[in-house]
Ligand binder design. Structure first.
Ligand SMILES: NC(=O)c1ccc[n+]([C@@H]2O[C@H](COP(=O)([O-])OP(=O)(O)OC[C@H]3O[C@@H](n4cnc5c(N)ncnc54)[C@H](OP(=O)(O)O)[C@@H]3O)[C@@H](O)[C@H]2O)c1
Length: 321
């Protein structure tokens, strides 16, 4: 276990390193904390931030630029719940840089709204937190292979993997979405399996599936706000009682960002170190190792992991043509 203090100290030692990084889902919360950590600890880095609204992000962008005047920071607007938008913004990125050291993915959150499909026919929650992340990984792999130490970090919840509905991976049919927490666990398993499969295909790239633990961000407030109808009483309990309590015990987004940046840069997670290039990590950059891997082992050996990746590629073909 590494303390936050030790993580902050270790992050300082990577200067004067310069990184080229793409951040998605980092307009707030943990991702924004990681951008700040990168800017505090590197020189002349290139940072590309993808988000829904350049106007909304303008003042934060100005603050980030002041944090490190040597960094080249650009914002690219895209609605990443749509795969065609992900494809478009990836080709813009590819035209702007030749090599990529870090791909950071933390778009999404918790949503209790009724089952809904995007205009591309994908279950909205998974379009954002699974398919878009996988497409960013796939489209930007050629740039990552040009880096001597390329890393992909996806912030979700390893250790909370659960049973997968193998007949409807994408939960596109409303009847497949029965219980909220079962759906979350299904999504977490998909992330671990798909990243592991990718790690096999690209041994020179580090794949990190990270669980930041409890972090005091707006993700919980947005979750409460998505509770309507029968869930309305829970919204008030969560909003006014549980969230203040949870946040008093949680990591700050700044500290969670420092941990994420540590995972994304520390030597011990370089591909091939420790004989692997896929890690499931916990809050303090601890390797979850074999913890909660029973289901993952079954899904790997019974062919589900490969089937999931084939399904993911089929979805890309269906939506992108
Ligand atoms: N906080 C925790 O305790 C915790 C614990 C475990 C896992 N996580 C996971 O970590 C990830 C990041 O969470 P966070 O705590 O940093 O939350 P956050 O502050 O709410 O950040 C979420 C990010 O995702 C983007 N996003 C949300 N919905 C989107 C949509 N429909 N389309 C495009 N972008 C969207 C947001 O962009 P906008 O600014 O445009 O809304 C923002 O950049 C989430 O997947 C969350 O589930 C969080």
């Amino acid at each position: 276990m590494v303390s936050i203090k030790a993580i902050r100290e270790a992050n300082k030692t990577i200067a004067p390193k310069s990184l080229t990084a793409v951040f998605v889902g980092a307009t707030s919360g943990i991702g924004l904390g990681a951008i700040e950590a990168l800017l505090q600890n590197t020189t002349s880095s290139t940072v590309i931030i993808i988000g829904r609204s350049e106007t909304k992000f303008a003042s934060t962008l100005e603050r980030l630029q002041k944090l490190n005047s040597s960094a080249r920071i650009t914002f690219l607007e895209a609605q990443v719940s749509l795969l065609k938008e992900v494809e478009r913004v990836c080709s813009t990125i590819t035209s702007q840089i030749e090599s990529l050291d870090l791909l950071w993915l933390s778009q999404g959150g918790l949503n209790m709204s009724a089952h809904a499909l995007t205009s591309e026919g994908l279950f909205e929650s998974f379009a954002i937190s699974y398919y878009s992340r996988m497409l960013f990984m796939q489209k930007l792999t050629p740039l990552l292979t040009h880096s001597s130490d390329a890393r992909i970090i996806s912030i979700l919840s390893p250790s909370s993997e659960g049973t997968i509905n193998t007949s409807d991976f994408g939960l596109e049919h409303p009847t497949s979405y029965t219980k909220f927490w079962a759906m979350q666990k299904h999504g977490v398993s998909m992330m671990s399996l798909a990243m592991k499969e990718q790690a096999l295909l690209h041994p020179d790239i580090t794949f990190l599936h990270t669980n930041p633990g409890l972090v005091a961000t707006d993700v919980h407030v947005k979750w409460a706000d998505s509770m309507t109808g029968l869930y309305t009483p829970f919204r008030y309990i969560l909003r006014w009682m549980l969230i203040p309590l949870m946040h008093s015990l949680a990591l700050t987004p700044e500290d969670a960002g420092q941990v994420g940046f540590y995972e994304a840069t520390n030597d011990k997670f370089e591909a091939g170190k420790q004989g692997k290039n896929f890690w499931r990590l916990w809050q303090d950059a601890e390797d979850l190792g074999e913890k909660a891997t029973e289901k993952l082992k079954v899904y790997e050996s019974d062919g589900t992991q490969k089937k999931l990746w084939e399904h993911t590629l089929a979805v890309f073909r269906r939506v992108l043509g």
